[in-house]
Design a protein around this ligand. Structure first.
Ligand code: ATP
Ligand code: ZN
Length: 221
């Protein structure tokens, strides 16, 4: 008998760039998900697994706090979370081969950029901890302005001189008169697992699911 207590909980993105690929990965791992539109959870019908469909930013916290046992999230979001010492760390089980992007500084398209140009400027980003760490590691003093969206607009709006933002094709930057100049993090999606004690039954199930997912990744390579 499967009780709710022993069903695994996995946090995945509800909608966005990782949502479809996460669902596809589980499907390829042989997991059948009964999803209904607009729901915040989805149930697997052939494995003791429930999905919590949430914003990607909440995934490390849900897994770190042990509310969910597993999660699928970008390394960018995970590394930002990890830089806050108040957060509970999680284990990274494997890279998933999708959601590739990089966190980069971008400068006005016509600027002859070098890192020293950042000194004394304002930099807009959705990743303040990663950006500050990079600046600190490189001995650069600059002000970091946190924005939760439309970061590439910041220079045009006069809010910042530079941005540090996620880039995959560079088209959004280009459309805003910017060019990527320096990468601070290469990212892809990863499978994460809580460090909280989840008991042996759930732990065995998490191992079994991870093995299946590993199998899918191995054949895709
Ligand atoms: P949510 O509503 O879940 O908070 P979001 O708008 O923050 O969604 P998405 O744009 O769907 O997030 O991106 C989710 C993840 O996809 C990113 O955190 C990153 O890991 C990855 N990603 C891949 N390419 C890009 C890109 N070009 N821009 C932004 N994120 C990308
Ligand atoms: Zn998000």
């Amino acid at each position: 008998m499967t009780t709710t207590l022993t069903r695994l909980r996995m946090a995945t993105q509800k909608s966005g760039r990782l949502a479809e690929a996460s669902e596809r990965l589980l499907k390829d791992a042989g997991i059948k998900i009964r999803s209904s539109k607009g729901q915040l959870t989805a149930r697997a019908t052939n494995f003791p697994l429930d999905l919590m469909l949430v914003r990607d930013d909440d995934i490390p916290t849900l897994v770190g706090d042990g509310v969910c046992d597993l999660g699928i999230v970008g390394q960018n979001v995970l590394e930002e979370y990890r830089l806050d010492p108040a957060n509970e760390d999680v284990d990274v089980l494997c890279r998933l081969g999708f959601g590739g992007c990089s966190l980069r500084f971008a400068a006005p398209a016509d600027e002859a950029f070098e890192l020293a140009n950042l000194e004394g400027t304002r930099i807009a980003t959705s990743y303040p901890l990663l950006t500050r760490k990079f600046l600190e590691d490189n001995g650069i003093q600059a002000e970091v302005v946190t924005m939760h969206g439309a970061v590439e607009l910041a220079p045009r709006l006069g809010i910042a001189d530079y941005v540090c933002d996620l880039v995959s094709t560079g088209q959004t930057l280009e459309a805003n008169g910017l060019k990527p100049v320096h990468t601070i993090l290469e990212s892809e999606s990863v499978l994460i697992r809580t460090r909280a004690d989840i008991g042996s039954e759930k732990s065995d199930r998490a191992d079994a699911l991870t093995t299946r997912i590993d199998g899918v990744i191995a054949t895709a390579e």
